[in-house]
Design a protein around this ligand. Structure first.
Ligand code: AMP
Ligand code: GLY
Length: 431
């Protein structure tokens, strides 16, 4: 039987999901998002411009196209109860309902859930509903703290004392920002990485670890962004971690799945590999963006068959991967993220990207071409036997895209940055 899959979301992550659906057997893809992503639109039978948080309109569209499955990309949709609404309408949504998505959308809930269920890897934390009390806690705390607004901030709300800001700036931040409720937690020091798992019916299947680069500029300088690019290796681990580190992280995912039997969709664990082993920075309730662009192109298992098994209450298939390394680099508009300048014409397309894969993100498709907006524009992904080989493929594609109006972190995936990560971890372990 042909599956009719409705994809919600219009970023680079969703373009990667669209390709994975398109590569699956016997599927028809429809998509909806607030922006018309030309890469998704070219793969889909239909594309409707609907806000990702408009649950009623998404259900109407799902019914109109006869969707038999839905894949939800962004957290904003999960937070708005889009999975609940689709499930209620009889369209199985691969994405958690609002209550389970709180593991991402409510950082106080997330830490309290970990503590209550003895999920390993939880840093010391405290939650606050009053900025004055949060400020007092910062004043008297012995050590550096990470300051997290309780709700969703698009990856841009966290401030880390001793990293980006001083203690005085941290106090000012809790007192003067627009946020009222905070989680304050022990600053974790180490190397960050992500493991994404397919989850349904108390089962899970993990994918290779990925490292994202949140800082805007080369050398990990500048403000946090949604993610400037990411890499994965030909194995499940990354060069700075051991197999035991990976296995220990999977135990965290195991504990979450056990404590949340109704969870379905992607569970994304963001870890800090510290000298004491992996600790949890956060969970997300969806694929990462950019991380989906590393993971889905190397997934050999038919993507839709995983969603079908989830929906039908069957055993999830064992996943197989192509054992290739990947490097993903985003091209963003000049000035991103603080002062982005939109309107540059994009000179690369899926054909001219050569050996690299091209994924569109927030772009404006006009009659005479595709232009940048104020958010991340497009990503190129190289696949090869080694990370440095994949990096070279991504760079070759970027060379064709030109630099006008765009900025890229060329350092992502380069051998010297990889070596710095390994040295950093070795230093921490020796201390
Ligand atoms: P989040 O929005 O929770 O992913 O946080 C954004 C970024 O803040 C993370 O990717 C980390 O780099 C940093 N961060 C969050 N929590 C901590 C922590 N406890 N210690 C150190 N850095 C953190
Ligand atoms: N790349 C980080 C995220 O998707 O939240």
């Amino acid at each position: 039987m042909t599956e009719t899959v409705l994809l919600v979301g219009g970023g680079g992550r969703e373009h990667a999901i669209a390709r994975a659906v398109d590569d699956s057997a016997d599927t028809e893809l429809y998509a909806c998002a607030s922006n018309r992503n030309p890469g998704i639109a070219s793969l889909a039978e239909g594309f409707s411009e609907i806000d990702e948080t408009d649950a009623d309109a998404i259900v109407d569209y799902a019914e109109e196209v006869g969707a038999t499955l839905a894949a939800i990309g962004p957290e904003s949709a999960l937070n708005a109860g889009v999975a609940d609404a689709l499930d209620a309408a009889g369209v199985y949504a691969f994405g958690p309902q609002e209550a389970e998505a709180r593991i991402e959308t409510d950082k106080a809930f997330q830490r309290e859930f970990m503590a209550e269920h003895d999920v390993p890897g939880c840093p010391d934390f405290a939650t606050f509903e009053d900025p004055e009390e949060a400020a007092d806690y910062i004043r008297q705390y012995d050590g550096d703290l990470a300051i997290k607004p309780r709700g969703l901030t698009g990856g841009k709300g966290v401030r880390v004392i001793g990293d980006q800001i001083t203690e005085a700036e941290g106090i000012e931040y809790v007192l003067d920002s627009d946020y009222e409720e905070f989680v304050l937690e022990e600053r974790l020091v180490g190397e960050e990485f992500t493991i994404q798992a397919f989850v349904a019916d108390g089962q899970y299947r993990v994918t290779p670890a990925v490292q994202d680069h949140k800082r805007a500029y080369e050398g990990d300088e500048g403000p946090n962004t949604g993610g400037m690019g990411s890499y994965s290796d030909a194995t499940f681990e990354l060069p700075f971690m051991t197999e035991a580190d990976y296995t220990e992280s999977v135990e965290v995912i195991d504990a979450v799945v056990e404590a949340m039997p109704d969870y379905k969709g992607i569970l994304y664990g963001q870890f800090m590999l510290t000298a004491e082993g992996p600790k949890v920075v956060e969970f997300n309730a969806r694929f990462g963006d950019p991380e989906a662009m590393n993971t889905l192109p190397v997934l050999d298992t038919d993507f839709v068959s995983i969603l079908q098994a989830a929906r039908d209450g069957e055993e999830l298939p064992e996943l197989t991967f192509s054992n290739q390394a990947t490097v993903c680099k985003y091209a963003v508009p000049d000035g991103y993220p603080t002062d982005p300048e939109a309107g540059a014409k994009i000179k690369i397309d899926e054909e001219s990207a050569g050996d690299a894969l091209l994924f569109y993100a927030s772009v404006d498709a006009r009659e005479d071409g595709i232009y940048t907006t104020t958010s991340r524009s497009f990503a190129v992904v190289g696949l090869a036997d080694t990370i440095t080989g994949a990096e070279a493929i991504a760079e070759e594609a970027l060379g064709k895209a030109g630099e006008e109006g765009l900025r890229v972190r060329h350092d992502i995936g380069k051998a010297d940055l990889l070596q710095q990560r390994i040295d950093h971890m070795n230093e921490l372990r020796e201390e």
